[in-house]
Design a protein around this ligand. Sequence first.
Ligand SMILES: *Cc1c(COP(=O)(O)O)cnc(C)c1O
Length: 234
Amino acid sequence: MDGIAANLEKVGANIRAACEKVGRDASDVTLIAVSKTFAAADVNEAFLAGQIHFGENRLQEAEGKIPLLPSALQWHYIGQLQRNKVRKVLPLFSMIHSIDSLRLAQYTNELAGEVGLFPRVFLQVNLAAETSKGGFSAEQLTESWDALLSLDRLEIQGLMTVPPMAVDPEKSRSWFARLRELRDQLQGKSGVSLPALSMGMSGDYGVAIEEGATHVRVGSAVFGGREYPAAPTA
Ligand SMILES: *Cc1c(COP(=O)(O)O)cnc(C)c1O
């Protein structure tokens, strides 16, 4: 077995092991292979090895890649989303992980109405209040909750976070736990089900799964190291 297929095998085994450790069902965790900076040929190789879900963080790059690949692939938009990109992102991606403000949520809702879609979205939370990252603070999210729930075109799946960079995955654990607790609070307060938690990357997806992740976004552990850093914005 070659590189990408072998990597997928290994990541899959780690996902199953993490689930087993905490008594979760591995079928409750979706692996999103983050293909940013990698060619369509690499994505196709992963697809031939059985991978269905892929993540991209820049519209322009994704627009070049998606049409080259089978329509069975499911695309996840995981990068910062600028307003002027929403109209193009909506039809290409089956989920948007990066709704980072009430304003963006309202705008996306409005455009979704215009084009007749009901996008599945995650609300991104910036738990550590890092200035380099977008996202609701926990307080903003709580304050915006009723307004968010009134957006009738958005199918809110749950919450997403990218915790502060850490070499030791155990350092991410408390952030993942915090996202889960915030989700539980919002669920309890509104009675609306928020089943999904998008958290965990190559360095810490095992810990994220132990803390409840349903969607892990894994790039380099699947495709290898990126040769150039992906731009932070679309
Ligand atoms: C690039 C990226 C990932 C994947 O990162 P790896 O460390 O390569 O697994 C996950 N989530 C987001 C938001 C990203 O931009």
